[in-house]
Design a protein around this ligand. Structure first.
Ligand SMILES: Nc1ncnc2c1ncn2[C@@H]1O[C@H](COP(=O)(O)OP(=O)(O)O)[C@@H](O)[C@H]1O
Ligand SMILES: Cc1ncc(COP(=O)(O)OP(=O)(O)O)c(N)n1
Length: 260
């Protein structure tokens, strides 16, 4: 049976990040992707031109439709926009018997806000505690914990600060540091350093969404968290290497790079 994976995230009209990146990743990794749309963005390679949240009852209804009938083997969250949506999604995940990958999306690559500042506390106190794996980037770590990562040496301190909010595992994404693309996966006792060569490719729109969806896809196929994160890192590294120009700005990663 093909395992089902659910993404709870915002729509990116340009197709590089958000729901669109998640569903493409899931197809490329051989799982059945399903979606709960939390917000719609007007977005392209140069930025986010507009964003509209869906009502809480629309999010709840989409989630119940999928989980109650089809069932899910893993859940991934992305753009949640408001405190009310963060708290609703946290409650839904807590009641679902499947691993969850929480990408605490705050701001797009172009600096456009995808989460209200007033929602940060709900991410800390409601969403992170129900995450199997949290995948913050360095900017999200700084906003959530106050820890500023300037080099690889700071990644362990950042991971400890995020783990204090309760996710079982955390991947601190060091993608915005100079040098190799190094991420740290830890549950507080085991540590796995994931290192890949930095690809000198400006077409990196959607890297974070792609990594988190790939982790959820591998978990749905029965891998352990370390196995899933290592396989996801390999997938996102290949997708970045094959990223391509589209529009006038930052193009998307190539989600189908592994399909031949
Ligand atoms: N230029 C790059 N070359 C190789 N890997 C990269 C590059 N940029 C980011 N990554 C990797 O992509 C993944 C997503 O990280 P990042 O881009 O920091 O996330 P986000 O999109 O949330 O800011 C991480 O595994 C990171 O190490
Ligand atoms: C709708 C939507 N969700 C999430 C993001 C952020 O995606 P990410 O993978 O972190 O990629 P960049 O925006 O950093 O390229 C988004 N842009 N839109």
């Amino acid at each position: 049976m093909i395992p089902g994976v659910l993404t709870v995230a915002g729509s990116d009209s340009g197709g590089g990040a958000g729901i669109q990146a998640d569903l493409k990743t899931m197809l490329a990794l051989g799982v059945h992707g399903m979606s709960v749309i939390t917000a719609v963005t007007a977005q392209n390679s140069i930025g986010v031109q507009g964003a509209w949240e869906l009502p809480v009852e629309a999010v709840r209804a989409q989630y119940r439709s999928v989980v109650d009938d089809i069932g899910v083997r893993a859940v991934k969250t992305g753009m949640l926009s408001s405190a009310e949506l963060v708290e609703t999604v946290a409650e839904l995940i807590a009641g679902t018997d499947a691993p969850s990958v929480v990408d605490p999306v705050g701001v797009s690559k172009h600096g456009d806000a995808l989460l209200a500042p007033s929602a940060l506390d709900s991410v800390r106190t409601a969403l992170l505690p129900v995450a199997t794996v949290a995948t913050p980037n360095l900017d999200e770590v700084a906003h959530l914990t106050g820890v500023r990562v300037e080099s690889e040496d700071d990644l362990r301190r950042a991971a400890e600060a995020v783990l204090a909010y309760g996710p079982r595992w955390v991947v601190i994404k060091g993608g915005h540091l100079a040098g190799d693309a190094v991420d740290l996966l830890t549950d507080g006792s085991q540590e796995h350093w994931l290192r890949a060569p930095r690809h000198d490719n400006r077409h990196t729109h959607g890297t974070g969404c792609t990594l988190a969806s790939a982790i959820a896809s591998q978990l749905a196929k029965g891998q352990t968290v370390p196995e899933a994160v290592m396989a996801a890192k390999e997938y996102v590294t290949g997708a970045i290497a094959a990223g391509f120009a589209l529009g006038a700005g930052i193009g998307p990663v190539h989600h189908g790079w592994n399909l031949g």
